[in-house]
Design a protein around this ligand. Structure first.
Ligand code: TV1
Ligand code: CA
Ligand code: ZN
Length: 392
């Protein structure tokens, strides 16, 4: 089979737990695991499950979670309940569990499930049993070693990257002694959620084995980190990249940063695997977001990463207008398996959510793009300059 611009056919594995949609953060909370079930239903009705290996994730064990998180924090997540939390006010404060990250029924199995999906995907990529692994329930990028943050309790991305680093082999090179396997063991992390990927950046801020790149709204916006001047520290200097953006960014402006920056990253860093966090709160019309991306514009990042033919882990993340999250992750699953889905939606369990148009795609809005051409050019040059310091 000839590889076209879309690359070769890919073996895709997909992790979905039929219970995940039942977890509930509480009344009024914008994070709704139900959107994962909506995305799943939609992609099944498009027939995409027949083009992938579908797995129910194995729940991550307490000791798996402790490969990144502190033992006492994991123990707390495991034991706290909505009924008993009032007896542990000090612990709640200490671990930042409360309003953004409430205690809810099934909190620990929820964490085990979403972390289990990302870990399972990483293992499968390591085993060379898949080219692309998908876990839409994962991508909870704010969780820290000892605390919850921004709707995230355990950091499935950090855990998956640690798993990829355990085995991942880099490129083959030839030497005078003949071909030899160089263990480069580098993982690239890219984050297109509208929020800064602070938990993942922090975990790998001082290493040159993981490069993190986050595109995010910056300026009076959660979590407040992700300044363009934050580039990593010590051995990790220039291995963190931050792309601060303003309201209203559209597909064209986004891609005129994403493509040149990521092309350069791929060239100089040459990762053995890529993890792409596909937070859908960067879509137009998101309840918490303020960008103006279409589903196609968002998915262009997936299409582009797929074209490098490097093992790829796709995870979810934010996304607070449920119907658009389901549209986006369904369409991106189609991109992963290499089929273009028709715009007219098939009937599905959640059909009424997608009215009145019942289409996969939604038009971006007419909001103002507050990222001027001058601004985009300036940050692109600064970021490419930082990357040129990596070349030896
Ligand atoms: C309960 C009920 C919690 C209603 C939280 C929006 C709510 C928010 C709620 C909310 C909300 C945030 C902050 C302020 C920190 C706080 C999954 C002291 C209508 C990856 C996380 C955003 C984004 C956290 C997560 C943010 C992700 N925004 N209603 N909370 N401070 N928290 O600003 O990156 O998408 O909003
Ligand atoms: Ca981001
Ligand atoms: Zn977000």
């Amino acid at each position: 089979l000839l590889a076209g611009p879309e690359g070769r056919k890919k073996r895709v594995c997909y992790y979905y737990d039929s219970e995940v949609g039942n977890y509930y953060y509480g009344q009024g909370h914008p994070m709704k695991p139900h959107r994962i079930r909506m995305a799943h239903s939609l992609l099944v009705h498009y027939g995409l499950h027949q083009k992938m290996d579908v797995f129910a994730p194995t729940k991550a064990k307490e000791r798996d979670l402790c490969l990144f998180h502190a033992d006492d924090y994991v123990r707390f997540l495991k034991t706290v309940t909505p009924e008993t939390q009032h007896e542990q006010i000090r612990q709640l404060k200490r671990f930042n569990v409360g309003e953004d990250c409430p205690v809810f029924d099934g909190l620990f199995p929820f964490c085990q499930t979403y972390a289990g999906g990302s870990l399972g995907g990483a293992v499968r990529l390591n085993q060379k049993m898949a080219d692309i692994a998908i876990n839409w329930a994962g991508g909870l990028h704010h969780a820290k070693k000892c605390e919850a943050s921004g709707f995230c309790y355990v950091n499935d991305i950090v855990l998956a990257i640690l798993e990829l680093l355990k085995f991942h082999e880099g490129r083959f090179t030839s030497s005078a002694a003949g071909p030899s396997l160089l263990k480069c063991q580098r993982v690239l992390y890219i984050d297109i959620d509208i929020h800064h990927g602070d938990g993942v950046e922090e975990a790998f801020y001082t290493t040159d084995r993981v490069m993190t790149v986050s595109f995010h709204k910056f300026g009076d916006y959660f979590p407040g980190t992700g300044d363009i001047r934050d580039v990593g520290f010590e051995k990790g200097k220039y291995y963190s990249l931050n792309v601060p953006l303003n309201d209203g960014i559209d597909d064209e402006s986004y891609q005129c940063l994403f493509k040149p920056i990521i092309s350069k990253v791929m060239e100089v860093f040459q990762p053995g695997a890529v993890v792409l966090q596909c937070g859908a709160d960067s879509l137009s019309g998101d309840r918490l977001g303020c960008f103006n991306l279409s589903v196609k514009g968002h998915a262009e990042c997936v299409r582009f990463m797929r074209s490098f033919n490097v093992p790829l882990l796709l995870v979810g993340g934010g996304g607070y207008t449920m119907r658009n999250v389901a549209r986006c992750w369904c369409y991106e699953t189609g991109v992963a398996v290499g089929v273009e889905l028709e715009d007219k939606m098939p009937y599905n369990e959640y059909y009424e959510y997608f009215g009145p148009d019942y289409t996969l795609h939604v038009a971006p809005s007419n909001m103002e793009n507050q990222n001027s051409l001058q601004y985009l050019q300036t940050i692109r040059e600064r970021l490419l300059e930082n990357l040129s310091r990596l070349q030896h």
